[in-house]
Design a protein around this ligand. Structure first.
Ligand code: NAD
Ligand code: TDX
Length: 329
């Protein structure tokens, strides 16, 4: 199994999850170790996997690795919306060109391909509605990040239809859990509290996200890799929707801080209002059931992880906050 982006947040958790739950796979990780990739995230697995430091846009390297691969799970991406608003170029390169290069190699060597994508490709939903995204919702991305992911999804579908590539796709809601970069919402606020800074809420904090534990996401990916229908797309999401303000106040409460001990900062331009996935298909067809039913408990566990793993996140913290200062957030 070739895991692209396996040194990132979801990819590294996927490697640990696979070694534990599906020990039959021989894993090779391909990751270029951008600012978001951390070899240390794979330290507990170092003796049980092969790690290749390299770029998914490197045609020769991808060709060589794909020639000895049965299945590729493609996580590698530029993943942060705020960074895409500041500098879209790496998003176009990695998310679109990189996916194209992997698809061409998968086509050549007839490799099973799973493409990991996001609910952000659909745009957003109104705040006060019960509407949800489904596998049939038309794409309407808002940011350079989501536009690049939407492009990569359509490339995968075209390669299935035109070249018979054996691919599946999944679009998951927001993930949380260990090894998530401190630029992202939940870890940024946890680590702000841990270093004695005030958390930062964009705008009024009314925007809603559907929070899914990374292990539940990865369990879903395994179900699709094993039993998914070729060419099909599966939406993944816990069903637990929360406003950013709610998540932040819960974080503060779980860390024994005053619930209002945070700063409001200028809103993200084009900020998507609400994401919510209808995950009926993966639940009924593949039997996926999220095990982290209690978000508060999952968040408490995640806070604990950051508390005990300062060695992992501390080196990212100062640079990340310096970047946010440039963005004014
Ligand atoms: P991440 O930013 O934490 O990790 C991305 C990894 O890809 C890093 O290790 C990075 O070094 C690597 N990478 C980047 N460019 C590369 C390149 N050109 N060649 C090789 N490796 C490269 O991202 P994440 O949050 O783990 O997201 C993983 C995937 O899941 C992405 O495709 C993302 O769109 C998708 N996704 C994320 C979420 C979420 O909440 N984080 C939700 C749904 C879908
Ligand atoms: O400091 C912050 N304050 C704040 O209010 C940060 C970093 C974020 N926010 C808000 C913006 C969003 O409404 O919190 C929400 C979550 O922000 P992010 O963690 O940046 O996630 P989001 O933009 O929702 O995108 C995430 O989920 C979908 C991932 O980063 C994507 O890779 C994934 O596709």
């Amino acid at each position: 199994m070739l895991v692209t982006g396996g040194a990132g947040f979801i990819g590294s958790n996927f490697v640990h999850y696979t070694l534990k739950q599906h020990p039959g796979y021989e894993i090779c990780v391909l990751d270029s170790l951008t600012y978001a990739g951390h070899r240390e995230s794979l330290a507990p697995a170092a003796n049980n996997i092969e790690f290749v430091e390299g770029d998914i846009c490197d045609v020769e390297l991808v060709d060589r690795l794909m020639s000895r691969t049965d299945v590729v799970v493609h996580f590698a991406a530029e993943s942060h919306v705020d960074r895409s608003l500041h500098d879209p170029e790496p998003f176009i390169r990695t998310n679109i060109t990189g996916t194209y290069i992997l698809l061409e190699a998968a086509r050549k060597y007839e490799v099973r391909f799973h493409h990991v994508s996001t609910d952000e490709v659909f745009g957003d939903l109104p705040l006060n509605s019960d509407e949800k995204f489904t596998e049939e919702t038309p794409y309407n991305p808002s940011s350079p990040y989501s536009a690049s992911k939407a492009s990569s999804d359509t490339l995968v579908r075209a390669w299935v239809r035109s070249f018979d590539v054996q691919a599946t796709l999944s679009n998951c809601a927001n993930n949380y859990g260990p090894f998530q970069h401190v630029e992202k919402f939940i870890p940024r606020q946890i680590t702000n509290v841990l270093v004695g800074d005030r958390p930062k809420l964009y705008g009024e904090g009314e925007n809603i996200r559907e929070w899914t534990h990374v292990d539940d996401h990865n369990a879903a990916v395994h179900l699709i890799v094993s039993n998914g229908r070729i060419g099909d797309t599966y939406l993944i999401g816990s069903g637990d929707e929360r406003s950013n303000k709610d998540i932040l106040e819960t974080t503060l409460e779980l860390m024994y801080q005053e619930r209002d001990a945070y700063d409001r900062v200028p809103d993200r331009p084009g900020h998507d209002l609400r994401y919510a996935n209808d995950s009926t298909k993966i639940r009924t067809e593949l039997g996926w059931v999220p095990t982290y039913a209690d978000l508060r408990a999952g968040m408490a566990q995640t806070i604990d992880w950051y508390r005990h793993n300062e060695w992992w996140w501390k080196p990212q913290k100062e640079g990340t906050e310096a970047t946010y200062r440039v963005l004014g957030r």
